[in-house]
Design a protein around this ligand. Structure first.
Ligand code: HEM
Length: 468
């Protein structure tokens, strides 16, 4: 992997830079090329060792690329899902964005509030963030670019708002330069970066653009033709979804269910019910390793499979979020085959929390303030990776023998023939009888989203002035 030419977000979660701000940009009437030229030297690359107090990355929607001068012929070399955009009816159908999740209800990313680019600023402290952010805002104003600013942060101890450690399971991508941790599957570079061999042993498709005057000869840029450049080389697709979390609703349900079971220790039972929905304990320990109670984490939280430890879902329910999001070795004739197939659908996740933590003892009362997860994922193939996970695993009612339920955390609403929303069950496999939770509330709601392209460093250069 040419690490100097990929943007840093591909390789780093920036955990040393926990404070962050996402700028959702609208180019109309402004001068985005000039703006990009001005911020270019601030963009963090994959070999960035600088001890700066911040990190900065930038990605564009199809609209944004058009505003930077790509024409229809150029755009058609990108993946169809990206060109359509996340709020396109075909994408909504695949992603299950209907009813309360329909794009018409979103704060941004839909027809009313389209977004051309996302600029992501990460800082070590709140003070650094504000300082750098003020400079960025000034530049945006100077070049006539409107910005919606969203404060996001790594939750305390890396926890999302429901209180669970997040961002733990990541694939190991060949050539990333980092050390592989126990249990991490090794992915071909082309599963994350465009222009490399993917899991099928094929070099993935690289979007291209017309060569502009001034583009010098370059191995990445001349795509076997003298008229087009390989703009997508060392780039990837970036998924951003703003997901509101109903924290009070989630825990209230778990406590009510624990009370209904007349559990002797309601708090402990509520925590178990929540952990079963996630597939891990709040501290990240997987249920396949600790099915009854939370215990201190081992050195590795990722070195496990489902097939041997838990073939019948008796430790970690089949329908739990992590089992659906990545079934690991569960399917297939052999563990090896299952793992190979599951690894065709991996995501590099870089999500961060927005909104204040809900204070108080569990189960807390809602304070009416919006909070949630800015879900951010990178992948080379939107259809085979992000959309597949969302549609075929998380939101499919047929999964691992289950037939009428979806992911308990992010599963969508379903309606009957009369378009009435039907209750959401969640099954816990058990002997002699399985247990069924009914009327699980919908606790995650889509508030916005878009597909972006995260170009390589040279491609960024091309986008602002056309030369390498
Ligand atoms: C507000 C919404 C969400 C919450 C609260 C949430 C929470 C979590 C938590 C606590 C974990 C376990 C820790 C970890 O391995 O990082 C996890 C894992 C994961 N989630 Fe989510 N998640 C959300 C949305 C999504 C969405 C929309 C997707 C994909 C479409 C997704 C895909 C994954 C994947 C792939 C894993 C790793 C599974 C593994 O490899 O073991 N999540 N999530």
């Amino acid at each position: 992997m040419e690490r100097a030419d990929v943007q840093g977000l591909m390789l780093f979660a920036y955990r040393q830079h926990p404070r962050s701000r996402f700028f959702l940009l609208r180019f109309a009437g402004g001068n985005p090329r000039e703006w990009l030229r001005r911020v270019l030297t601030d963009v963090t690359s994959g070999d960035e060792e600088k001890h700066e107090p911040y990190r900065f990355n930038v990605a564009f929607s199809a609209r944004g690329l058009a505003a930077l001068g790509l024409d229809e012929e150029d755009l058609l070399t990108f993946q169809r899902e990206f060109v359509q955009g996340m709020s396109h009816p075909e994408r909504s159908h695949v992603l299950g964005d209907r009813y309360s999740d329909a794009p018409e209800q979103w704060q941004w990313g839909n027809e009313a509030e389209p977004v051309d680019a996302v600029a992501m600023l990460y800082a070590q402290s709140e003070e650094d963030l504000h300082g750098r952010s003020a400079e960025l805002e000034k530049l945006l104003e100077k070049f006539g670019i409107a910005a919606r600013i969203e404060d996001v942060a790594l939750g305390e101890g890396g926890r999302e708002h429901f209180g669970f450690a997040d961002g733990l399971a990541q694939p190991f991508v060949k050539g990333s330069g980092r050390k592989r941790k126990p249990g991490e599957s090794k992915l071909a570079t082309g599963e994350l970066v465009l222009g490399y061999e993917n899991a099928y042993g094929k070099v993935n498709e690289v979007p291209s653009a017309k060569r502009r005057r001034g583009t010098r000869e370059h191995p990445y840029f001349v795509a076997g033709s003298t008229s087009r450049v390989q703009l997508g080389h060392n780039g990837t697709y970036l998924v951003v979804r703003k997901l509101r979390q109903d924290v009070a609703g989630f825990w209230q349900y778990c406590w009510d269910a624990a009370r209904a079971e007349q559990a002797p220790d309601v708090a402990a039972r509520a925590k178990l019910i929540a952990a079963r929905m996630v597939g891990r304990w709040p501290n990240g320990v997987p249920l396949v390793e600790a099915p009854e109670a939370e215990r201190p984490p081992r050195a590795s939280l990722n070195d496990f499979g489902f097939r041997e430890l838990d073939p019948d879902g008796l430790r970690c329910p089949f329908g739990s979020h992590i089992r659906r999001a990545n079934p690991r070795d569960m399917f297939g004739e052999t563990a090896k085959e299952g793992l190979r197939d599951a690894n065709l659908h991996r995501l590099v996740r870089r999500g961060r929390a927005y909104g204040p933590k809900l204070a108080g003892e569990l189960p807390q009362r809602d304070d009416g303030v919006e909070r949630g997860l800015y879900f951010v994922a990178l992948n080379a193939d939107l259809r085979r990776q992000f959309e597949f996970v969302q549609q075929t695993w998380l939101n499919s009612c047929k999964f691992a023998g289950l037939s009428d339920e979806r992911d308990p955390i992010v599963g969508k609403d379903a309606a009957d023939a009369e378009e009435r929303i039907v209750p959401r069950p969640f099954t816990v496999q058990a002997r002699p009888l399985r247990q069924r939770h009914s009327h699980v509330p919908k606790v995650v709601h889509v508030r916005g989203g878009e597909y972006f392209f995260l170009p390589g460093m040279r491609a960024l250069n091309y986008l602002c002035d056309g030369s390498d």
